[in-house]
Design a protein around this ligand. Structure first.
Ligand SMILES: O=C(O)CCC(=O)C(=O)O
Length: 277
């Protein structure tokens, strides 16, 4: 028996490579999280900014709580079973009327894992729609292998390397429209991207990238994980991260630095240029 997802949502994940929308928290709760996010952006600009966007769940207790939200984790259990760890998180913010976009890509390409088969929830903290630059998925594309990605490092492309898959069949493109507090879930190999935000509001999405069962291992960098539910991982080279007890908990802020260094080594493995995110 599944815990949160319906049979048809689970089938959709396997057939199309994504599910959307799933309500996680109320609009009011999402608004409070956005307010707290904007408070810590003002208070700790070194810790959280457009470049310092990875693994914020290790520095801020309210984002750790979202990463461990019961509805999200139950949905993950429906897809990957009861033993669950989180590889990383990324806060994707597109400022109002900004040119920033995300080119067609498959997440698993540069994550250094020995599998492509894992789910990523993307939680909307503000409206995500065509005007604000929601994610668009190519339905069924997770069934193909990893496609060739060209590293462009294009200035307005907010992916690490500005990596892009060319000649995507856009006839299968589906926009994932989300209200604040809803999430989509996408497969590690589904081709997706997003357009610029042409609205007067920020578009904010917290991407929990990604939840993994214990059989999936890191093979490029170190096995550094946030334990989420069930049996803890026992990787030989592994580190299990702590959870922040409060915002800017010094113990986990330091662990975030180590996790981010490892993540950067993995994501830019073999790249000609390394950006700060
Ligand atoms: O936030 C976006 O527009 C893209 C996010 C993304 O590519 C992801 O979460 O995998």
């Amino acid at each position: 028996m599944s815990k949160v997802l319906t049979k048809s949502q689970i089938e959709q994940y396997h057939d199309e490579g994504f599910i959307s929308p799933v309500r996680v928290i109320s609009q009011q709760e999402a608004h409070l999280i956005k307010q707290e996010l904007e408070m810590v952006e003002a208070e700790f600009p070194e810790e959280i900014n457009a470049e310092s966007r990875n693994n914020l769940h290790l520095s801020f207790a309210f984002l750790d709580a979202l990463a461990h939200n019961e509805i999200i984790v139950d949905a993950m259990e429906d897809l990957i079973g009861p033993n669950i760890s989180l590889w990383a998180s990324v806060m994707f913010i597109k400022e109002p009327s900004s040119k920033h976009y995300v080119s067609w890509h498959q997440d698993a390409t540069y994550m250094g894992l020995d599998s492509l088969n894992f789910p990523t929830p993307w939680v909307a903290l503000s409206p995500s729609n065509k005007e604000t630059g929601c994610m668009t998925m190519i339905a069924g594309s997770h069934k193909t292998k990893i496609q060739e990605h060209e590293d462009t490092f294009a200035e307005n492309n907010i992916l690490t390397r500005g990596q892009v898959i060319k000649n995507v069949d856009e006839s299968k493109a589906v926009d994932l429209i989300l209200e604040p507090g809803e999430m989509s879930i996408h497969h590690g190999a589904v081709i997706h991207g997003s357009q610029p935000n042409s609205s007067t509001h920020r578009r904010i999405g917290f991407s929990l990238q990604s939840y993994m069962p214990p059989n999936i291992k890191q093979i490029v960098g170190r096995n550094i994980w946030t334990h989420v539910r069930g049996k803890k991982r026992e990787d030989e080279d592994g580190i299990l991260l702590d959870r922040p007890k409060f915002n800017m908990d010094p113990a986990t802020v330091e662990q975030r630095r180590i996790a981010n260094e490892n993540m950067s080594e993995i994501l830019y493995n073999g790249a000609k240029i390394k950006r700060n995110y």
